[in-house]
Ligand binder design. Structure first.
Ligand code: IVH
Length: 670
């Protein structure tokens, strides 16, 4: 019976790529089997063996010379049209002017930065968090298709592109894995990533991996390349493979044709693509367009239609997040959606459940487009069983059992018990240690939950005293001398942190990465922000007005910031942390610039530069772009039809700059 059971799950796992139980459940059955083998050694059957290809944490990290950014996504042709018109507007082109784009397939693989010094491939880094990547040089050196040297090279260059596996090689690899009773990969991307992000070079060498180059990062000398299309030719002359099916297009009609052509070709390509990438061709324009947050303004990924798969909602659980938001999560009958196993999907909030009328037991369609998180597309009402009941969100917090609240105009129901609610406390700690916050290797969800329950870590500052529990920790399952040393080391290393990451790590409502960055840029020094927030409790103070006046920061964010810092236990915790850690405040690098630290309002229509571009130039030069004129505004830059702001500026004796004044200043002084 036991063997029959294992065989069934082996078949579902290997041959149908659709396991019905988790790996842990499977392992438990295999343990029982091991006990049986002890009694009857010659059963003549071996269950599949597991080898782990979970992202390994033991690679050293290195900073990219230039950050590796991601792309914004567009889903419909409207999104792409919008992207084109916004790019033109930013560049002050007319809407019917042509703007050239290079269209490339978006290969679904693993992005890599290859570092060549004096023409020799010296190191290779994965994307990591975009700032620091993992050093995977030895594995990359085994890939024959990556040139190990380049001719007439600059002294230093980062060549970037995608490592991927051809579909036929991927299928062959899985057949081999099945034969050897090893793990089956769910898609070529996972297989490529798993082959690079593991430590056994011999395994990487066996895997058939490919590389295409599509961009460069930092480079020591000027290459005199003026566009993306020239860059691709240049990379080809260095013997790099470049993407196939690249087109140069000039307008949305040509994009439509390209999109249709690629859609028809998609299934016949021997590699997986999850979208198309449209890049403004001219480097001059790319430079002007620049970046916003973590993505360039000059490019967009156009996602291809997604995969839809039917499954069943077996249950709905409610999770309590770090800000107390209750999020319903559907537990699904595990299914493979376009190469990725899905067993849970977030239902976001009760309004979403109500809108789609989602119920336990429903048959649903799950949608997954590229790297977008899978979600429920729709309920198949015809399959609903008689007597099924509407889903009700709990009135009491599933973690701490206090009453939950939902404001009338908000979609989210909340537990307001703060850190007294175990789930919230744990989620806050997980966020604090996460990659884009304190980035503590070895303190993930599992460890934090364990240490919280054992009373080793209850609040942020406790993390930095974890080593005082060493004698107890070493007795826990899975913690050896070496892993603990590594953990203490990464806790120690995390003590030096940038202002923006520190602010982000505190988990303040509405303060995500870009808001934290904006605040750090505006306040330079954490202590400065803290004291300004204390003064801003008075809504008539200049401190309050300055805060709400920052472009993209509104009253509701400021209210959340003030109440976070006003809270006594938060402020005690921050004081404790400040004794332990060292915040790297923003350096005022742009001190020499005319506009540095100046508060500037931009109004009216400008002739040669768009308002967006003026703002972006000002921010690059250390200015603070604000939305409303106040007594401490330094300059008003105006174009045509400036409206009321110009008279207000005159009244307040604020210096007024015309578009020409501004252009003269940037040309001369910046
Ligand atoms: S350009 C500044 N071009 O897509 C951004 N990316 O979502 C530079 N990708 O991390 C990326 N094919 O791993 C670019 N032809 C292509 C691509 C491509 C695949 C991946 C890449 C990147 C991700 C962004």
């Amino acid at each position: 019976m036991l063997i029959k059971n294992i065989k069934l799950h082996d078949k579902l796992y290997h041959h149908e790529d659709n396991p019905f139980i988790t790996d842990d459940e499977y392992d438990k059955i295999c343990l029982k089997y091991d006990e049986l083998v002890n009694l009857y050694p010659d059963l003549g059957f071996t269950p599949r063996k597991q080898i782990g290809f979970k992202p390994k944490r033991q690679f050293s990290k290195l900073k990219h010379q230039k950050p590796m950014l991601s792309l914004n996504n567009g889903f419909s042709l409207d999104d792409i049209e919008n992207f084109i018109s916004k790019s033109k507007k930013f560049l002050s082109l007319k809407s019917d002017d042509d703007l050239e784009f290079v269209c490339e397939p978006k290969i679904d693989g693993l992005s890599i930065s290859l570092i060549y010094e004096n023409g020799q491939l010296k190191s290779a880094l994965t994307r990591g968090d975009g700032i620091f990547g993992e050093l995977v040089t030895e594995n990359i050196l085994t890939i024959k298709k990556i040139p190990k040297s380049i001719k007439n090279p600059p002294k230093f260059i980062e060549i970037r592109g995608e490592i991927f596996m051809f579909k036929n090689d991927f299928n062959n690899l899985n057949l081999k894995q099945i034969e050897n009773r090893l793990k089956v990969f769910s898609n070529p991307r996972n297989a490529a990533a798993g082959s690079i992000r593991q430590k056994n070079v011999a395994i990487t060498k066996e895997r058939k991996l490919n590389f295409v180059a599509y961009t460069i990062g930092d480079v020591s000398d000027e290459l005199k390349i003026k566009s993306q299309s020239e860059l691709l030719k240049f990379l080809k002359s260095w013997n790099f493979k470049i993407p196939e099916n690249v087109n140069c297009i000039k307008n949305i009609f040509e994009i439509k044709q390209y999109y249709q052509m690629m859609l028809n070709k998609r299934n016949n390509l021997n590699f997986e693509i999850d979208g198309l990438v449209y890049k403004v061709n001219s480097f001059e324009f790319q430079k002007r367009l620049g970046f916003i947050s973590r993505a360039p303004r000059w490019a967009i990924a156009h996602k291809l239609p997604s995969n839809l798969v039917e499954t069943i909602i077996e249950n709905i659980d409610v999770q309590v997040g770090r800000t107390g938001a209750l999020t319903p999560v559907a537990r699904l009958r595990k299914t493979n959606v376009g190469g990725v196993f899905v067993s849970n999907v977030s239902l976001h909030n009760e309004d979403e459940i109500e809108r789609k009328d989602i119920r336990i037991g429903d048959s649903v369609l799950i949608e997954r487009a590229g790297d977008v998180i899978p979600h429920i597309k729709k309920v198949i009402i015809e399959k609903r069983k008689l007597g099924s009941l509407k889903y009700q969100m709990p009135d009491y917090c599933p973690s701490c059992n206090t009453k939950t609240f939902k404001k009338e105009n908000e979609a989210v129901r909340r537990c307001i018990n703060g850190v007294n609610c175990q789930s919230q406390a744990i989620e806050k700690l997980i966020h604090f240690c996460s990659k884009n916050a304190f980035d503590i290797d070895g303190l993930g969800e599992r460890q934090i939950k364990l240490f919280y329950k054992q009373n080793f870590i209850k609040k942020f500052s406790d993390i930095f005293f974890l080593n005082s529990f060493k004698s107890k920790l070493i007795k826990l399952d899975g913690f050896g001398e070496l892993s603990l040393e590594n953990l203490f080391k990464s806790i120690e290393n995390s003590k030096s942190i940038s202002f923006e990451k520190f602010l982000f790590s505190l988990g303040i409502k509405q303060v995500g990465e870009s808001t934290a960055k904006l605040l750090a840029e505006n306040y330079i020094d954490f202590e400065n922000l803290k004291s300004e927030l204390a003064k801003a409790i008075n809504k008539n103070s200049n401190s309050y007005l300055n805060l709400i006046n920052i472009d993209q920061i509104g009253e509701s964010i400021v209210d959340d910031l003030i109440s976070f810092f006003e809270n006594q236990s938060n402020s005690n915790e921050i004081t404790k942390l400040l004794d332990i850690i060292k915040i790297q405040n923003k350096k005022d690098k742009k001190n020499n610039s005319f506009f540095s630290n100046k508060k500037i309002v931009v109004t009216g229509t400008l002739k040669s530069l768009s308002r967006e571009e003026v703002k972006s130039i000002l921010i690059k030069n250390g200015a603070k772009v604000i939305s409303q004129i106040s007594n401490n505004t330094d300059y008003l830059i105006y174009g045509e039809k400036p409206g009321k702001k110009i008279s207000l500026a005159k009244e307040k004796k604020i210096q007024i700059l015309t578009e020409n004044d501004f252009i003269n200043l940037i040309e001369k002084k910046l």
